[in-house]
Structures are given as C-alpha cells and as structure tokens.
Design a protein around this ligand. Sequence first.
Ligand SMILES: Nc1nc2c(ncn2[C@@H]2O[C@H](COP(=O)(O)O[C@H]3[C@@H](O)[C@H](n4cnc5c(=O)[nH]c(N)nc54)O[C@@H]3COP(=O)(O)O)[C@@H](O)[C@H]2O)c(=O)[nH]1
Length: 615
Amino acid sequence: MMEPAMPGLQRMPLRYKFWAVNALALLCVLILVLVAMTLEQRSVNQARQEQARDLLRIWHGADPGELSGPLQPLVIEPDEQDPQLRHLAQSANSEPRWVPVSGLVLWGEEQLIGAWTLYQPGAQVLAVQVRGKSFQQIFIQRAGLYALAVFLLMLAVLAGSQLLIRFIEGHQRQLRRMAHYDGLTGLPNRVLAMNRLQHALERIKRRGGHLAVVFIDLDRFKTINDSYGHGFGDAVLQAVAERLQSRCREEDTLSRLGGDEFLLILESLSSPWQASQVARDLLSLLERPLLLADEREVYVSASLGIALFPGDGLDATELVRNADAAMFRAKSRGRNTYSHYLPCLTEQARERFELERALRTALANGELSLNYQPLVSLEHGQGLGAEVLLSWHSPSHGQVPPARFIPLAEDSGLIVPIGSWVLNQACQQAQQWRSQGLELETLAVNLSPVQFLHQDIVALVGAALESSGLPAQHLELEITEGALMHHSAQAEQTLKALKALGVRVALDDFGTGYSSLAYLRRFPLDKLKIDKSFLAEVPANQGDCQLVHTIIELAHNLGLRVLAEGIERSEQWHWLQTQHCELGQGFLFARPMPAEAFANWWAAQPLSATPQPVS
Ligand SMILES: Nc1nc2c(ncn2[C@@H]2O[C@H](COP(=O)(O)O[C@H]3[C@@H](O)[C@H](n4cnc5c(=O)[nH]c(N)nc54)O[C@@H]3COP(=O)(O)O)[C@@H](O)[C@H]2O)c(=O)[nH]1
C-alpha cells in the first residue's frame, strides 16, 4: 500500500484540518487582494499619466513624450498669467476645500497616497477636481471598497468554512449512523448487532454467565409487502420495532437484520430459561394490534428462535445461525411461537433452503400438478364433489408433500402465484368435466391465509370463474381459522364479497386452531370441516366422540353443513352416520388422485355405494 503523502495531516481531527485550511485560504485571499490592489494601483497611475499627458498637451502644449517615469508632485507655482491657478495656489495653504479648476494638476503616487490625509495642514494639493471628478475621492472610495471587500471576503471564507465543517461533520455522522443503524427503524443493524454480540461474548467468557440470541421473523410478512405495498410494509416494520423495543432492557440489544428479521441479544441472564420468558412476552406483545401512523390497525405475529451461549454455539456467527434455524422450527410448528435450537436443526435449515430454491422454479418448470380427493355423502357414500390438493414432484427432491412445501411457499410469498394457478386450473378442470357430463356439486379449493388476507382474492376468484365458465355455486373455498383470527373486519368484508359472487365457503381444520364459536356466528360460512385428528380414535374414544358430537350439533344449530375429514375405517363412517354428519372425506372412500383417475373413479362408482377400504 502507498504511504499517505502527509500522514500527520491525515491523522489530524477534521476540525483542526479545517482551521489550517481556513488560515491558508485567508492568506491566499490576502495575497490575492494585495496583488489585485497593486495591479489596480498601477493601472490607475498609468491612466493618470495618460490623462496627464493629454491634459499637458492641451494646457501647455507640452509634448507628452517628455513625461516619463512616475509623475512627481506638481507644486503649483502662482502663475501670474493664470488667475485660476493663482487662486488655487493661494488657497492651497488655507482651509481645504474643493477647488474647481479646468487646468491641470498632477501628482505622483506618493503624493496621491499622501492625499489620504486629505486635510493635512500644509499639503500642497488638497483636493482637486478635474472636469468635475475628484481623484482623491475616487481613490479613497476604492481603498474603502477594497477594505470592505477584504473584510467581507474574510467573513465569507470563515462562515463558509464553518458551514462546510458542519456539513461534512454532519455527513460523517450520518455515514457512521448508516453504517451501524437501520435507516427505517433506527435500530442497530446487522453490523452493529454482530459487533455487540462479539463484545458481549468476550465479556461473558471473562466473567461467566448466560447469553441468549433470539431470532425474530414476522410471519408471512412478505405477502403484506407484496399486497399492500412497501410503504405499508415499512410502517408495519417501524411499529413492530417500537413494540419489541418496549420490552427490552437497557443492556439488551434489539437490532434489525434486514427485511422482517430482528435479532435480540439478551445479556446478563440469570438463567438460560429466562430467554423463554422473554420470547413469550414478545409474542404476547404482538398479539395486540399495531396502530400505524394513518390510524390503521394491523395484526402481525412472529416466529422466534432461541440460541443460548455456551450450549448452542461459541461464536456470534454460529449463535445467530442456530437461532435462525430454531426460528424455522417455530415456523414449522405453526408459527406465532418460539423454539429453542436443537443440533439437528442445522441440517434441516440447509434442506429448507434447498427446497425453497427448488420451489421457486417449480411452477415455471411444470413440476406442480393437482390431485382431486372425493367428497362424499355419508348417507350413501356417493361422490358429491372433490377437494383440490396440490402436488409437487421435484426432480431433485422427489415427491414433496404439501404440508412441507405450502408453509415454505407462504413464507416466501410464492403461494400467491401458485395459489392463483391452482384456482384457475381447478376451475378449468371442473368446467371441462361438467362439459363431459361429470357434474360435481362441489369443487373445494384450499386458500392459504396469505392469499385470503393479502391478495385481491375476490377479483382473482371472479376472474377464474369467468375465464373457465364454471358456475359460482360449484366452487367452494376452504379457509382456515388462521385467516379469520387476526383480521376479523377485513376477513368479514372479503367473505361477504366472495359470497356475493355466489361461491361457498368452508371453515377447514375446525378444532385445531382457536375454535372460536364467535367465528361461526359472525362469518357467513356454509360448511364446517372437522379436522381428521378428532376422528382418529372415533368411535373408541368417548371423549373424542363427545367432542365431535358437540361440534356437529353446534354447526347444525348454526345452519352449517358438516364434513368429517380423515375417515379411514368403516366404523368411523357408521358412527358419523348416527351423528347425522352429512359429508365425509377420507382414504376409506378414496385417496387424492390425478384428474384422469378421478374421472374414472367418478364414472365407476355405483349409484349407492358401500365403500371398501382402499390401499
Ligand atoms: N393453500 C393450499 N393448501 C393446500 C393445497 N393443497 C394442499 N394443501 C394443504 O396441504 C395440507 C396437506 O395436504 P395433503 O398432504 O394433500 O393432505 C390432504 C389429504 O391427503 C389428507 N387426507 C385426506 N383424507 C385423509 C385420510 O383419510 N387420512 C389421512 N391421514 N389424511 C387424509 O388431508 C389433507 C387435506 O386436508 P384439508 O385440506 O384440511 O382437507 C393440507 O392442510 C392441505 O389443506 C393448496 O392447493 N393450497
């Protein structure tokens, strides 16, 4: 590397550097002004000499060529011939005053400078006007102007350089801030967070104690951004940062790593399990709606991953990476929860990364397809419709189950294009079947909460119906409680708009989420799907039987139809018949299958079926 030209100057603080530059600049200005004054003086003298020559020629008939060198003071001798000059000479020793002369009065440089002391007693020439113009006055004005100009210039240089110092120092402060703080939330950024974590680890290694790194990732934030715009997303992030910050202690560092990822460093923990308490507090903090500047209320949730020092990593990078992996575990456990790091998560995180990368190109590469699982009447086992289930066969990962890739698609926002594709394909297929005489009463399409809340789902459904020609009453949209939970007012509006299109809505997985009875009353639903987990031990388990019985009765009382999922055994079916559950779905009737197989299954079913278990 090259040595800097002036190492001392480089090390000098900016303020001193600028004082040095100021002084140098002032010196230069002064020198310039002096040079300018000298040059000006010379040109004034030259002009005067020129004038003098002209006047001499006019007045005395003298040859201007006789005049050479600087002009000497002209001592005015009383001239008997010229009464005006005589008068001037006489008055020279008396009170100074302006004497209008039409004759010539010359003076050289020294005397002119002497004329500064205009009223000096004894001066031979005090003030002269030649053809109405006072040379002294001009000179004095000029000198005054020079002084004023120099003064103003000095002031300007000083003020300018002060402003420049402030500007540059402010700029440097801003640069330092930008390098270490997040511009949107004002929180420390990744660089500063890692720095602080490293220092915290050094302190802990010296003194002992516990430290936790909590990785916080907002659930489905990308879709908020994509659907409502980045301005809205930014406002949400600011509100989240403020909310999270309110729980942090002075010694903790909350930082924003980028996007919707935050990192909390918890120092001086009395026990490692204190981190779990903090995570629970953070989650409950986010349960209250965020109030944005424009008074809009937004609900968000987050998934949190915790890595502890020294158990889960020995350096900053490892701890953050493992907290990230734990956060993904929280996501896969249903989101809006926290998880601790487990060693096996590192491998899982790598796999998930690979899978998400493959999913990005799956739609374009034609790796996605649709399967159809029959929905049957439990009264006689007859097919009434189908549920559309997405299937992904990846060249690199093989057959990937939806339960694995749908959460990835939701987190990455890929569910939006994928979900649109599913809806359009399914409507086209159902209409094609109808034209071939295979008339489904119901075609059920799953809608992710991400689609339901953040995509213009009403327009999307309307367009899919229109382009396929499928009558709206044959389309059923399956939504989960998650879609209704936090955005009730918006969800209610969307549901009403969908119902206005003529489509039907089913509440999927009932019982696995909040199972709020308020939803059933408030939202315009048509059907309730009881989750398969409740039916697994029916009819052997009395508790489950009671529960399912109550759900069916409740739904009927509210005017909803009921569909039981996951029927695998005949006794489940028969028990459900005794409970007057009208609809069912499960491997007992048929597994999900491609369109062609489904058409064959439909065509092959007897008018009144007694289902046999299928392999
Ligand atoms: N947003 C979208 N979600 C989708 C879409 N396609 C699927 N999914 C959701 O993925 C989850 C898993 O689906 P999948 O692995 O296809 O499982 C479905 C059935 O195969 C399964 N099922 C049906 N009958 C039985 C049974 O008798 N036993 C048993 N063990 N499993 C059975 O249940 C799944 C259907 O569940 P549900 O949707 O709740 O009716 C699942 O949550 C899908 O919703 C998609 O396009 N978009």
